[in-house]
Design a protein around this ligand. Sequence first.
Ligand code: PGA
Length: 250
Amino acid sequence: MTQRATPRPKLIAGNWKMFGTAAALSEIAAMAEAVADLAIHVSVAVCPPATLIDRARHVAGDRLMIGAQDVHAEPEGAFTGCVSAAMLVDAGATLVIVGHSERRAHHHETDADVRAKAEAVLAAHMTAIVCVGETAAQRDAGTMLAVIATQLDGSLPTGTAGLVIAYEPVWAIGSGLTPTPAQVGGVHAAIRTNLVARYGAAGEAVPILYGGSVKPANAAELLAVPDVDGALVGGASMTAADFLAIVRAA
Ligand code: PGA
């Protein structure tokens, strides 16, 4: 694998999923304080449930970004229960996860839905983390790279400003299982090739995060892989101690 001439800035993003109430804000405060003290060149973000975005924004310092886990593609309308990009900006979010495998699976989101959401996020001048990844069955069937290419084809927005990709093998999420660093490197290299073919030189600058059972114990090894530009962290992002250990590993 070739070493890239221009290193991309690293991003460590936490996805709290449907966990956390006001009591968890003390973890965000502790993360913000520690990140502000670290002399690091790593961007750090936490995506709590939508109910906590506004309050999280108030306890997060300048060094800790607050994001959302989903968004509706339309700017407003009769969409009961949904939240628009402008509403997330209003609440203090600066990035949004779109196309997480849990939303693709449980909410039947298609690649076209994910692309529309990503476009809405970028149009609102936020960062969009677009998630892709194969299931265990797809990996076993040898269709992993084809599945990911199809997801990229259907899900990626037109422009790259604010775009981040997260490679998250579905079987690695919440399971404690991870691909080997070599396997992660192979997929990230394939995604990079796809991005450069799609966007030209701008595709070199799009960060590609790895996600799926990233923990303090495996973070350094995974983050050292070429073309791994950061991590999307679920379970281990809920406590400041674990999340900060991953940030330090970056
Ligand atoms: P995990 O989740 O770190 O708990 O495996 C990752 C994710 O779902 O983004």
